[in-house]
Ligand binder design. Structure first.
Ligand SMILES: Nc1ncnc2c1ncn2[C@@H]1O[C@H](COP(=O)(O)OP(=O)(O)OP(=O)(O)O)[C@@H](O)[C@H]1O
Ligand SMILES: O=P(O)(O)OC[C@H]1O[C@H](OP(=O)(O)OP(=O)(O)O)[C@H](O)[C@@H]1O
Length: 291
C-alpha cells in the first residue's frame, strides 16, 4: 500500500525511529491505546483506531519536520529542539515548535567536558580552542555568550553565534565525541551525559552545562499541509459553489484563498459554518449576475 497517499485528514505524529528515546516513546503510545502495525522498513504507520499517522524519524530531525509544519506533533529530546532553534533562529525565530509537555523520560545533560588532569578549569579557559560536538549550534551560541562576557559586553546573554565572529572553533562530530580529546582532535567537547560512565571512562570531567534535557512532546506552530487540505475539503463541502470553489495559493505557507458563490439568504449560516471548520478573513462580495 502506498501509505503517503493515505495521510489526508490524519494528524501526523513523529516518533524517534531508533536510539535512546525509541522504546519509551513506543511504550507511551501503547499506554495511550494508539494501535498500529509498522511494516518492515517503512517509516510511516497508519493508526487503526484514530485518524493519526505515525512518522518514524531520527530524534535529531524531528524538530525540523515539526518546525516546518510538515508533521503536527513529535516526541524528541529537548536538547534536539534547542539545537534546531539555534540552527534556524536567523530565519525562523523559535524554530516553529511549541513545547506541549515534558514527558519525564530520557533525562540527560549537554555538558562541556575537558580532560580530567588537563589545564582547563572553567569553560572560559576554552575560548579560542577547538571543541568537538554533535550540537554545533548550541555549542556555538554557548561560546558566543562566554566570549561576549570575556570581551566586556554589557549584555552577554543576548549574544549568539549569528551576532558574533567566534574565536572558538567548533568541529562537528556525529558520534563517539568523547574520543576527540584523547586523539587530539579537540581540547574540549560538548556532549550528552546521562550516568557519567562514558565521560569517566574517557578520562573527562564536566565543567559546565549547556542544556538540561528530557523527552518532550512538541507541536508545530504552523498548520500542516494535511491539516490545511482537510480543512479545505470541509470548507468546500459547505461552499461547493456552482461546480467547485476557486482555490488560490497564498504567499503564507499552509494557507489558501477560496472563492465560492453562496445564496444570499444563506450567507450568515454559511459564514458561521466556515468559521467552525477553521476559515478566517471571510469576506462577502456582491455578484451582479449569473446564468
Ligand atoms: N545517555 C544518553 N545519551 C544520548 N542521548 C540520550 C541519553 N539519554 C537520553 N538521551 C536523549 O536521546 C536523544 C537521542 O539520542 P540517541 O543518541 O539515542 O539518538 P539516535 O537517533 O540513535 O542518534 P545517533 O544515531 O546520532 O546516536 C538525545 O538527543 C537525548 O535527548
Ligand atoms: O553518561 P552516559 O550514561 O555514559 O551516556 C552518555 C553517552 O551516551 C551517548 O552516546 P551513545 O551511546 O548514544 O553513542 P554515540 O557516542 O555513538 O552517540 C552520549 O553521546 C555519551 O557518549
Amino acid at each position: 500500500m502506498d501509505l503517503v497517499n493515505h495521510l489526508e485528514g490524519r494528524l501526523l505524529f513523529a516518533v524517534p525511529k531508533k536510539g535512546r528515546l525509541n522504546a519509551a516513546a513506543l511504550n507511551l503510545l501503547e499506554g495511550a491505546d494508539i494501535q498500529f502495525r509498522r511494516e518492515n522498513r517503512l517509516d510511516i504507520a497508519l493508526v487503526k483506531n484514530l485518524p493519526i499517522a505515525l512518522i518514524f524519524l531520527p530524534a535529531a530531525d524531528i524538530p525540523t519536520f515539526v518546525g516546518q509544519g510538515r508533521v503536527d506533533l513529535g516526541i524528541t529530546g529537548w536538547d534536539q529542539v534547542q539545537e534546531h532553534e539555534s540552527a534556524v533562529r536567523a530565519t525562523t525565530p523559535g524554530g516553529g515548535c511549541d513545547m506541549v509537555m515534558d514527558l519525564g523520560f530520557g533525562g540527560c545533560k549537554l555538558q562541556v567536558q575537558v580532560p580530567e588532569k588537563g589545564r582547563f578549569a572553567a569553560t572560559r579557559d576554552l575560548i579560542g580552542t577547538t571543541i568537538g560536538t554533535s550540537f554545533v549550534h548550541l555549542a556555538a551560541d554557548h561560546f558566543a555568550k562566554l566570549e561576549a562576557a570575556a570581551d566586556g559586553d554589557p549584555n552577554p546573554e543576548s549574544a549568539t553565534a549569528n551576532t558574533r565572529q567566534l574565536r572558538t572553533k567548533l568541529i562537528e562530530l556525529s558520534g563517539s565525541v568523547e574520543a576527540a580529546c584523547a586523539l587530539g582532535v579537540a581540547e574540549g567537547i560538548v556532549d550528552l551525559v546521562e550516568s557519567g560512565e562514558t565521560m569517566r571512562a574517557a578520562g573527562l570531567k564536566a565543567i559546565d552545562t549547556v542544556v538540561e534535557s528530557t523527552a518532550v512532546l512538541i507541536k508545530s506552530n504552523k498548520p500542516s499541509k494535511t491539516e490545511m487540505r482537510s480543512s479545505l475539503s470541509d470548507a468546500a463541502k459547505i461552499t461547493p459553489g456552482k461546480r467547485a470553489p476557486t482555490v488560490t495559493s497564498l504567499d503564507e505557507d499552509g494557507w489558501v484563498a477560496v472563492s465560492s458563490m453562496v445564496e444570499k439568504k444563506k450567507i450568515a449560516l454559511v459564514m458561521d459554518d466556515l468559521a467552525k471548520v477553521g476559515a478566517s478573513d471571510i469576506l462577502v462580495l456582491d455578484l451582479h449576475n449569473t446564468r
